[in-house]
Write a protein that binds this ligand. Structure first.
Ligand code: ATP
Ligand code: MG
Length: 424
C-alpha cells in the first residue's frame, strides 16, 4: 500500500509558520508616512490613535543623527496633515521651513534682535478672565523662572523665585498688558506692599531679585532685545494652516534655548485662547525642531514637560526633534534627576521615532525608550529615511517616502551639492 508522506498540523500551529505572519499595520486612518518594511503602507495620526485608545497622549519625540531625515519627515507630515485641516505651528531654529510655508501660502515670522516682530510671552490668553487669573500668574512666574534659570545656568534660590512672583503680581496690579520690561522694573524697585507681605524691607527684597532682574534685562536691552520685550505685534496672522517662527538669526547664540522657550510660551498662550473660543476643536501640531537647545537645561526641560502634560486636554500634538538620547539628559542635574526628567518627558510622548543612533548612544536609547534587544541592533544601522517607530506598545520599521513634489520642501543638502557632485 502506498503511503503519501505529508505534514499534518492544526490551523493554530500553521499560523505560527513564517509565511503566514504579517504585521497587521497601525491604522489606515491618517496621513501616509511611507512603507512599513514588514507590511504595507504605514499611516499615522496622533489624534485618531488617541481616539482608538492606541496611545494615551498625542506627543511625539523624533530622534536621529545629523542628516538622517528627521526634519524631512516633519515637513512632509505637516504638509500631508494640511489635507485633514490640522493647523501646524513650527519653531524653526535653522530657518528651513520657508519652502513649506511658501507652499502653504504663508510667510514665516522671522524673529531677530531689534526686528519688526515682537511676541509677548506674558500675553494673557484669557484676556483677564476672572477665574483663570491665578493660572495666568503662575504660568508667568513659571516661564520667567525657567528662562532666568537657563540664563543664569543654575537653580534659582527660594528668595529669587519669590521676588519673581511678587514682581509679577505687582505688575499685574498696575498694567493690563504686562511685558518683560515691567517685570524688570518691578524686580529692581519692588513695592512697599510686596516687602510688607514678606515681612522684609524693600531694600532686602530688591537685593533678592537683583541678579534675576539683571539677567532678565538681556531680553530688554541686552543681546536678545527687541523680540519678546513688548506687546505682541499687531497683524500677526495665525489663521493659516501653518505658522513658522523662524529663529535662524540667533541659531548660533547661547541664548537659543531661552528664545525658543519664549516662543513656545507665546504659542501655547494662543492654544489656550483657541481652546476657549472653539471648545477644543482646533487640533494643532506644534513642532519644536532642534529641541535639544531647550531640553539641555533642567529648568527649561521641566517647563516644557509641564506644558506637554496639558497637550491632551488642549488638542495639541507636540513634537520635539532631537539628535540623540543624551539630548534628553539635562546638563547640570544629577544622573538620577537627568534620567527622571528624560523618562518624564518620554512618558508624555507615546510616539517615538528613532533614526539610526551612534554606538555610544544605543544603551541609553534602549533604557529610555524601552527597546528590545532586536530593536537595539536595528537602530545601529538604519539607512537615511528609515526609522523605528514605537507607537504606544507597538513597534514598526518604516521607510519614509517623499513624493517628487515634496522633494523641494525637504532638500537641505543644497550646500553639500557641489561636493556631492564632485564625488560622483
Ligand atoms: N526619506 C528620505 N528619502 C530620501 N532622502 C531623504 C529622506 N529623508 C531625508 N532625505 C534627504 O536627506 C537630507 C537631510 O534630511 P533632513 O534635513 O531631514 O535631516 P535631519 O535629520 O533633519 O538633519 P539635521 O539633524 O542636520 O537637522 C535632505 O536633503 C533630504 O533630501
Ligand atoms: Mg533637521
Amino acid at each position: 500500500m502506498a503511503v503519501t508522506s505529508c505534514h499534518v498540523a492544526t490551523t493554530k500551529q500553521l499560523s505560527g509558520a513564517y509565511p503566514f505572519l504579517c504585521e497587521s499595520g497601525l491604522t489606515e486612518r491618517g496621513t501616509i508616512i511611507g512603507q512599513d518594511l514588514l507590511g504595507g503602507p504605514f499611516c499615522f495620526d496622533p489624534f485618531e490613535l488617541y481616539d482608538q485608545g492606541v496611545i494615551s497622549n498625542p506627543n511625539m519625540v523624533v530622534m536621529g543623527q545629523l542628516g538622517k531625515g528627521k526634519s524631512s519627515l516633519i515637513k512632509t507630515y505637516l504638509w500631508r496633515q494640511g489635507v485633514f485641516g490640522r493647523r501646524c505651528w513650527v519653531i524653526d531654529p535653522k530657518g528651513e521651513y520657508g519652502e513649506l510655508a511658501a507652499h502653504s501660502g504663508v510667510q514665516p515670522i522671522s524673529l531677530y534682535p531689534g526686528g519688526h516682530v515682537r511676541l509677548n510671552p506674558l500675553d494673557d490668553p484669557y484676556a483677564g478672565g476672572g477665574d483663570k487669573r491665578d493660572i495666568v500668574t503662575s504660568r508667568r512666574v513659571g516661564l520667567l523662572a525657567a528662562i532666568i534659570s537657563v540664563s543664569l545656568q543654575r537653580v534659582l534660590l527660594p528668595g529669587e523665585i519669590t521676588s519673581i512672583e511678587m514682581a509679577v503680581r505687582d505688575v499685574e496690579s498696575r498694567h493690563k498688558q504686562p511685558v518683560i520690561p515691567h517685570v524688570v522694573e518691578a524686580l529692581l524697585s519692588p513695592s512697599y506692599a510686596s516687602a510688607t507681605m514678606l515681612r522684609t524691607t524693600v531694600t532686602e527684597l530688591a537685593e533678592d531679585g537683583r541678579q534675576v532682574a539683571l539677567e532678565l534685562r538681556r531680553l530688554v536691552t541686552g543681546d536678545m532685545f527687541g523680540m519678546f520685550d513688548a506687546p505682541t505685534t499687531d497683524n500677526i496672522s495665525l489663521d493659516g494652516p501653518l505658522v513658522v517662527l523662524d529663529l535662524s538669526a540667533i541659531y548660533g547664540s547661547n541664548a537659543l534655548g531661552i528664545l525658543m522657550t519664549c516662543a513656545m510660551a507665546w504659542l501655547q498662550g494662543i492654544t489656550d485662547r483657541l481652546e476657549m473660543t472653539t471648545a477644543g476643536n482646533s487640533q494643532i501640531i506644534l513642532v519644536v525642531d532642534e529641541a535639544w537647545a531647550v531640553l539641555k537645561n533642567p529648568a527649561a526641560a521641566r517647563w516644557l514637560q509641564s506644558s506637554w502634560k496639558l497637550a491632551r486636554a488642549k488638542g495639541v500634538s507636540n513634537i520635539a526633534v532631537v539628535h540623540r538620547a543624551s539630548d534628553l539628559l539635562a546638563v547640570g542635574s544629577s544622573g538620577a534627576e537627568q534620567i527622571e526628567l528624560a523618562k518624564g518627558l518620554l512618558s508624555d510622548s507615546e510616539t517615538r521615532v528613532i533614526y539610526t543612533q551612534p554606538p555610544g548612544e544605543v544603551a541609553l536609547t534602549s533604557e529610555l525608550m524601552g527597546l528590545t534587544p532586536v530593536e537595539e541592533e536595528i537602530i545601529r544601522k538604519l539607512g537615511r529615511g528609515i526609522a523605528l517607530w514605537k507607537v504606544g506598545q507597538r513597534s514598526f520599521l518604516v521607510r519614509h517616502i517623499i513624493s517628487a513634489i515634496e522633494q523641494q520642501l525637504v532638500h537641505t543638502d543644497q550646500r553639500m551639492g557641489v561636493r556631492e557632485r564632485q564625488n560622483v
